[in-house]
Design a protein around this ligand. Structure first.
Ligand SMILES: C[S@@+](CC[C@H](N)C(=O)[O-])C[C@H]1O[C@@H](n2cnc3c(N)ncnc32)[C@H](O)[C@@H]1O
Length: 213
């Protein structure tokens, strides 16, 4: 499928409309399809997070991930949230963290701004994932870690995977990406070591450590 900038705008408007019901819909996705990949991402971030580390959650949605981090004792000044959807960002307005409106493909941050960059269930919503990945790598400091979770092409485990696959495709809320393509794009964007964390279901979690200081 070919995507255009208009498609990106439509996607953002779609998430604007979904914002009030997003947490309920996403909970279903995590329960039946993406839960293991999400758990792998959260575990990787807990291991990588230090007291001084600055973290960006790019495509933060309703801020669910940041809430979990704050509950674990990460301080608000360590966390930055980014999302292009006004409605999604307004769902994070109770969080005492820095919030920015913007797209993955053109982020309003200088190079090497963050020690950890997370992006969960977002690269599959943008028309050119490689542009988004280049930006995610740009804002990561040398030695920093990018944690990426996304809907991935994998053999169906059974009927439930098929239903989840159809649901996502019919709602046009994203698509299923090839894991090797994503790894290639990451390696093209920065010198890094990429690891795939094991998880079942039509989803993947990749950890990319940027080489350098
Ligand atoms: C499936 S939700 C994931 C939200 C959150 N990361 C989570 O784990 O619940 C996708 C999010 O990506 C955002 N989004 C859509 N297009 C985007 C883009 N071009 N750049 C950044 N975020 C985008 C949507 O507004 C939405 O909040």
């Amino acid at each position: 499928m070919t995507y255009t900038t208009n498609t990106d705008d439509r996607m953002i408007r779609l998430y604007d409309r979904l914002a009030p019901v997003y947490d309920r819909l996403h909970q279903r996705w995590l329960r039946f399809a993406g839960g293991e990949a999400q758990a792998a991402l959260e575990a990787a971030v807990r291991v990588g997070m230090t007291e001084e580390a600055k973290l960006l959650d790019a495509g933060c949605g309703t801020g669910r991930f940041a809430r979990g981090l704050l509950a674990c004792g990460i301080t608000p000044k360590q966390i930055t949230l980014l999302d292009p959807s006004e409605a999604m960002l307004s769902r994070c307005s109770d969080l005492p963290v820095r919030r920015s409106r913007g797209r993955l493909e053109a982020m309003p941050f200088p190079d090497s701004s963050f020690d950890l960059v997370t992006s969960a269930w977002v690269v599959e919503t943008v028309s050119e994932p490689s542009d988004a990945l280049r930006e995610l790598c740009r804002v990561l400091r040398p030695g920093g870690i990018l944690c990426l979770t996304f809907c991935a092409e994998k053999p169906f485990r059974g009927f439930v995977d098929w239903v989840m696959y159809r649901g996502l495709s019919l709602r046009h809320t994203g698509r299923f990406l090839n894991i090797e393509d994503i790894k290639r794009s990451l390696k093209g964007a920065m010198t890094c070591e990429v690891q795939t964390l094991p998880s079942a279901g039509p989803a993947a979690t990749l950890i990319a450590r940027r080489c350098g200081a």
